[in-house]
Design a protein. Structure first.
Length: 574
């Protein structure tokens, strides 16, 4: 009679063979390698790719007679119960508290036979631990996510009481205390909710907050590293209070619900001052609000840290050091144009030069330069500001954006009279930046004469260093981005698997990709002849221009970003 197979009396290798995960020959081969490497058999089999971590954890639980902890159980752990175990202890012993009753606490552990850790947990919680087995990868992800949320909630709660707002515009500014104890009992929950939204956005480095009414809920999303992420979904009944509160802070008309409105206020928190631009738009479900956050603290970027490729940096640095001419940066809203221009100004500013900027809004405050804020409601436009600035004897001028023919005409003439001008326009790439200036109304001979360099740019997300891992791309991935396998030269690419540091996105922070056209004699000639942008682009490529897609591919090969991120941010140059 065949003896019944009992995994609790078997070795790990035999259980894996019995479960059909490996063959006898694979087990024998792994045992030979184990003797050489002097590591656990499971580690050897994992490294050989014969089993997965889930396979190993499952047979381990069978051998020891413990129940397996599912991913669902790990990630739905009660935060209040999780907090009964200090984070340092939990990480050191690879243990996570899931839920508890009056007498016991259910925990997930990598090593359920760690009796010392279990005894410590008894003393720590005064409860009897009931142990489930979990794999290290799933356990680490759950520890990152849940303890990350606990830390975040504590920091937000602590900061909520100290956040202050300066409401309205420059003419009528008033400090508003946002603390719930300073308002009526009826309004306190809404005040606290607004505080939480603002503080969460600031903490996560968000650039925008979107409050979007739907049929039954309000979706609150924040834009982190250029991508919107949902942070909460309060009920639709809270919309009226949220909108009213934000309108009051922005000095807007709370009775007007049919027309769009624009306002602003300033947040003072954690030694930072953040300018908030508010836009209200009526929709079928109620008023949608978008808040744009502009950190007015000192500019901390430098030119080399923007992400220029090795070949691009010396070209750009040489051009911005010229005594006169015009440098134009293009790209969509939020592509980092202002950051690049400020980094350029920071690089070249010195005591001997008079630098003036005209912006709407002033995004960064920088010592040693004169910054003018456009205020169209009182007639202080780009054009009117520039006419006055010409009498201020500037050497270098930064124009936030060229929007119309009058502004463009002043900028071009200024650059042709021995001054250096930096500005931005909205265009898709470097070649179309030139034609955009022509479309605005600048004459071809003026564009060709004044331009020193045009640059298009995008911001792409960078892989989170905290959860960065190597992988081998598939042929399909390489084909999507038109990347030949030979260019990998045997190297692996990288991706972020997701952790609490990056909100499980796999990305943290952004860097720039660039497309530069220095104005050579040949390209100036094409501009003089009013040639179309395709011909200009082709000539620039012949002269060595790296386009946006190729700049992104270089970042992929260097392990900075991913193929999917470059595909999201650029188009193929057909």
């Amino acid at each position: 009679m065949e003896q019944e197979f009992n995994p609790q009396f078997q070795k790990i290798g035999d259980i894996l063979v019995h479960e059909g995960k490996i063959s006898d020959s694979q087990l024998n081969s792994a045992l030979v390698e184990q003797k050489v490497r002097k590591e656990k058999l499971g580690t050897v089999l994992l490294d050989q790719g014969l089993i997965t971590e889930d396979d190993l954890v499952k047979v381990y639980s069978m051998q020891l007679g413990y129940e397996l902890a599912s991913d669902e159980a790990l990630f739905s752990a009660d935060p209040e119960v999780v907090q009964t175990i200090p984070e340092d202890f939990a990480r050191q012993n690879m243990v996570l508290a899931l839920h508890k009753s009056d007498s016991k606490i259910v925990i997930a552990m990598e090593d359920p036979e760690d009796l010392e850790a279990i005894d410590s947990l008894k003393r720590l919680t005064s409860l009897n631990p009931e142990v489930l087995v979990a794999g290290p990868s799933g356990l680490n992800r759950a520890l990152d996510q849940i303890y990350g949320k606990i830390r975040q909630a504590g920091e937000v709660e602590e900061a909520v009481e100290s956040i202050k707002v300066i409401s309205g515009d420059e003419e009528d500014r008033e400090e508003v205390d946002l603390s719930p104890d300073k308002v009526s009992t009826e309004d306190a929950p809404i005040v606290k909710l607004v505080n939480l939204i603002l503080q969460e956005a600031i903490k996560e480095r968000a650039t925008d907050i979107h409050l979007e009414p739907q049929q039954n809920v309000v979706i609150v999303r924040i834009r982190i590293d250029g991508v919107l992420q949902t942070i909460m979904t309060p009920p639709l009944s809270s919309l009226s209070g949220l909108v009213t509160r934000i309108k009051i802070l922005s000095n807007l008309n709370i009775a007007e619900r049919r027309l769009p409105q624009d306002g602003r206020f300033t947040i003072k928190a954690s030694k930072r001052e953040i300018d908030v631009r508010v836009a209200v738009l009526p929709t079928v479900y109620g008023e949608k609000i978008v808040l744009r956050l502009l950190d007015k603290s000192g500019f901390g970027f430098n030119l080399k840290g923007l992400g220029f490729e090795d070949k691009m940096y010396p070209i750009f640095r040489r051009v911005i050091a010229q005594p006169y001419g015009m440098v134009v940066v293009s790209g969509p809203t939020g592509s980092g144009k202002s950051t690049s221009l400020y980094a350029s100004i920071k690089e070249i500013k010195n005591e001997a030069t008079n630098i003036t900027t005209v912006e709407d809004p002033v995004e960064y405050q920088m010592d040693g330069i004169n910054q003018v804020q456009v205020h169209e409601s009182i007639g202080l436009t780009f054009a009117s500001s520039l006419r006055s600035i010409l009498r201020q004897d500037p050497d270098i001028l930064l124009i936030g954006e060229i929007r119309d023919e009058e502004t463009a005409d002043i900028a071009v003439k200024f650059s042709l009279t021995g001054h250096l001008v930096f500005s931005t326009v909205h265009a898709n790439d470097a070649a179309s930046t030139i034609t955009r200036l022509l479309d605005i109304g600048v004459k071809p001979f003026l564009v060709g004469s004044c331009l020193n360099l045009v640059m298009a740019q995008r911001l792409i997300r960078t892989i989170c260093d905290n959860c960065k891992e190597k992988y081998s791309p598939t042929n399909e991935e390489l084909d999507r981005i038109n990347l030949e396998k030979s260019r990998l030269n045997g190297k692996s690419l990288f991706y972020g698997k997701g952790c609490s540091h990056c909100r499980n996105t796999g990305y943290h922070g952004r860097t720039g990709i660039f497309e530069l056209i220095p104005m050579s004699r040949a390209i100036r000639g094409l501009v003089f002849d009013n040639t179309n942008e395709d011909v200009i682009r082709q000539k620039a490529l012949e002269e060595g221009m790296i386009n946006l897609r190729e700049s992104g591919i270089e970042k992929v090969l260097n392990g900075v970003t991913t193929i999917s991120e470059v595909l999201r941010s650029t188009v193929e140059d057909i």
